[in-house]
Each structure stands twice: as structure tokens, then as C-alpha cells.
Design a protein around this ligand. Sequence first.
Ligand SMILES: Cc1cc2nc3c(=O)[nH]c(=O)nc-3n(C[C@H](O)[C@H](O)[C@H](O)COP(=O)(O)OP(=O)(O)OC[C@H]3O[C@@H](n4cnc5c(N)ncnc54)[C@H](O)[C@@H]3O)c2cc1C
Length: 522
Amino acid sequence: MKWRHEKDEVDAVIVGAGAAGGVLAKELSEAGLKVVVLEAGPWRDPQKDFASDELAMKCLAWEDTRFVDGADPMTMGHNNSGRGIGGGTQHFTGVFLRFHESDFKSKSIDGVGENWPIHYKDLEPYYAKIEKEIAVSGPKHFPWGNFNGPYPYPERNPLSPNAYLFQKGCETLGIQSCTTPLAILSAPFEDRPPCINRGFCNQGCMPNAKFSTLIVHIPKAVKAGAEVLPDCMVTQIEVNEYGKATGVLFVHEGATYRQRAKVVILCANVVETPRLLFHSANAQFPDGLANSSGWVGRAIMPHSSHDVYAKFEQEVRMYKGSPVLASTQDFYETDQRRGFARGYTIHAHGSRPVAMANGISKSLEGPIWGEKLRQVMLNYNFYGRLTMVGEVLPNRDNHVTLSDEKDDNGMPRAKVTFSYGDNDRKLIDHAIDNMKLILKAAGGQIEYVVPDTAHIMGGCRMGNDPSSSVVNAYGQCHDIPNLYISDASTFVTSSGGNPTNTVMALAARTADAIIELAASWS
Ligand SMILES: Cc1cc2nc3c(=O)[nH]c(=O)nc-3n(C[C@H](O)[C@H](O)[C@H](O)COP(=O)(O)OP(=O)(O)OC[C@H]3O[C@@H](n4cnc5c(N)ncnc54)[C@H](O)[C@@H]3O)c2cc1C
């Protein structure tokens, strides 16, 4: 393999070209830094490689074996990972929310979780920048949190039948709801068309109406001079005798190569970032790089993401339109009367047939399979669905470690351990009750509750105290100052809302810090 910067020490090597990696690649290269991006997965062309096919597009996920355990082992794959240029943004649903001020201070406000080393105000300009550069569509007035709109682009219209039913149920019960802020265009922007409601967002968007870093940030980074190399799996971070990162080793088509860099930035997401840090252990850092605190891999948090299905008299046709088009955050903040801390978002979340069949086969009401499954699926058009995005509190015992089994590159496979806590379970029960009430108020008959998780966060949390966190407020490792982490692993708490706006805003903030640092190099 030959690449432009093979012999150079570049300014920055970025590991992973997902939500955060894409932002960093664009920002750093546009600031004039010499950047190489190494991505384990392929570089897809949406028009050639995305298919309107649920099964075929499972390939967008990280499919390598990962072991799971704990009281509530997570299903790893299409629902919580991405692989390839664009990472998880290739097939994410596009819900684009900001965290609330309380999310950064849950310890002080509610006595649970942990405080972040930053406030909402620190991220506010970065949220605004990211939303503007991808033309997020949203309502004129968003009723919750610190940002109430307007969004850069008008809200999506029309909504899906599933979303209208949700809004009807909410209205009957006096629950506020609104059109969801989405990283999906409501009108043309740059060279991209508005959404035409094909509904295959989770299979990759062929027309490019949905944002991904594959189609927005990476092309801009390349234009600004970044070298982006797909199918390159980073296996090790190299560190010299002074404890400074010098670059990375990566594998391409079975051969191992080296890329030297002044700054190494890990954007490999919640499982792979800790895995790389552990696998890069050496005599100086025997417990893994950046792990003097013992917090690498610790306090991982998925969102609880249970679905409730109801059957309606009239056709709903859940496949129509973007999967999520209406939401409520009326239950987002702590309400002492509920008996648990923190909260959740509810989305009207359409499901395609394979996802529904797969989901209800694991429903809490008992497994549905064989003839019964066939009969239910023959009535697919009559079902509606709501999904929760529930805050899961950080727990040190929920963690990523290395197993004894190795992959083809000789890297130990990751083991992911997860159990819900009492607060998490009470929160889930509350959300399920509310989703049932809303669906019933809309005229539905409740049939299935499907337990699920989504959006993993944590594992390399940020903090001011090097003895209880891995990186500082800018994503810089406490132990190795020229090693940065910028991905969902730096999250301190999970919030009750979808995370990618926050992942990207944090990445843009880290980019600014690195650009400032780079100014002192010459
Ligand atoms: C089906 C689905 C729906 C979702 N819907 C939403 C939504 O509606 N709203 C929302 O806010 N969030 C959503 N998410 C979550 C969102 O995708 C993630 O929050 C986001 O992508 C995380 O960004 P990241 O940069 O941390 O990691 P990723 O985007 O996952 O990027 C990590 C990249 O690193 C690469 N990588 C890993 N290890 C290595 C290595 N060793 N060498 C080289 N490359 C490596 C991976 O291949 C990947 O491309 C969804 C996710 C999924 C899977």
C-alpha cells in the first residue's frame, strides 16, 4: 500500500471516520493541518452501495464478534454501531437533539451520575455551528431545554401516519409534542435534495437527503487536503520512552503499516477506543494507555430504548416517511414524585417489517414465532410504534474489557458487560406506561413491549480530576497530552436524548483546541 504521507510525520492522525472523526478531519484540514484519517471499514458510495433492503444493509454495522455479559447483555451490531467512512451516521435515524443544561450537572442537581467538566454554555456555539453546517430541520419552537429554535431549516412536513397518531395521543393526554429536529433536509441544501420520505434512513440514505459525515464532512476534509484511507484497521498506538504518542500501527489487507503523527486522535467509538487503549499497553503503561485512573472502559451507558407496538383499526403503514418525525421531552427532567431520577424522550418511531418481526420475537409478552409471528406480520400495516430514549446512569461496573480470544489481526476481542440499575428500571417502567397511554389515547390496542438499547456512550469519560477520568474537558488524555479522544466514549452521563449532536459539538470543540495547540508548533 502507498499513501501520500507514508514517510511523513503528519500533524494529526485520526482513528475512525464516524460522527466525531469526520468533524475533526474537516476542521483540522481546513485549518491547514496535515491530516491522515484511518478507517477500519469501507468507503461506500450511497448511490451504488446503499440498498433499500433491511437485511443487506446490516453490513453498515460493526459486525466483528464481541462478547457480551452482565445481567442485561446488550445486542451488539446494527442498532448501536457503524463501520466504514461515516461510521454510525451512515445509518443513524437522524434525530438531532441538544443535551439540556441539567445533563451536564446531574450530580449537583439530582444527586445522581456525575458532573461533566463543561456546561451547556461551553457547547452552545458548537451545537449552533454543526446544526447550521448540516441544515438541521426542526420546529419553529422547540418546547424543552435551553434551545427553543428556530432551526436552520423548517420542520419536516408532512409527517408520517405513525407520527400523527402519536401527536393525537399526546394532545388527548395534555402532553406536549413537536416535529422532531432532524439531520434530514426539508429543502435543498448545498448539492443535496430534500427528503422524499422513502423511509430507508437506517439502511443508509441513497438520495443523500440525510446527513452523514460520509457525504458532508469527509468530502470537505479531502478537498482541504486530508488523506482518508478506508479499510485500515488501527491495532496499536505507539508511545516513546518519554510517554508521548508517536503514531499508530494499522493493518490493510493483512499487512501492517505505520503512520507517524504529532497528535493521535481516537474517534473509534465506545467499544473500540478502550479496546485500542488496552491493546496498546506497554511496560510504561501496563494497564493500557491513558489508564492511570483505572477508568478506561468503565461506566459505559447505552440508552434504554424499549419499543411499544399497538394495533390500530386503520392502516398506519410504519414504513412511510422518516422513521422518527414527532417526539416529546415532557418527561426529560427529574420529577421527584416519580420515584426515580432523570428522564427520557419518547419518539414516534416507525419500524420496517424485518425490524418489527425481529423485535416482537423477543417481546416481554413472550416469544412470538412460527404461525403466530406470520399472522401478526400479515397485519404489519395496522401497527404503530413508540420508542423511548431513556437515560441510563453511569455505573463503573458496566465496562469494556479484553477477552482471551483474538481476531484475525491478533487483537483480543472486546467483552462488553452491562446491567441496568434500579433507577434505570424504574425509569423504563415509567416510560413504557406513558407510551402505552399515548398509543391507547390515539385509538390503538397495546400488543407488544420490546426491550432494547441504543446509542452506547462512556468508557473514557472526561473530567477535571485525573484520578477519576481519562480525558480533560477538551478530550486530551490526562496521562498522554498528545493523545486525544473524541467520540461518544468521553460522555460522563448519557442524558435522555439522542447523542450525536453532542458527539459532533464536542469534536468541533476539540478541533479548536488542537488548532490552537498547533499554532505553537512552528
Ligand atoms: C441504527 C442507529 C440509529 C441511530 N440513530 C441516532 C439518531 O437518530 N440520533 C442520534 O443522535 N444518534 C443516533 N445513533 C447513534 C450515532 O450513530 C452515534 O452516536 C455516533 O455515530 C457516534 O459517533 P462516534 O464518532 O463516537 O462513532 P462512530 O460514528 O461509530 O464512528 C466510529 C468509527 O471508527 C471506526 N473504527 C473503530 N475502530 C477502529 C480502528 N481500530 N481503526 C480504524 N477505524 C476504527 C469505525 O469503523 C467507525 O466508522 C444511531 C446509531 C445507530 C447504529
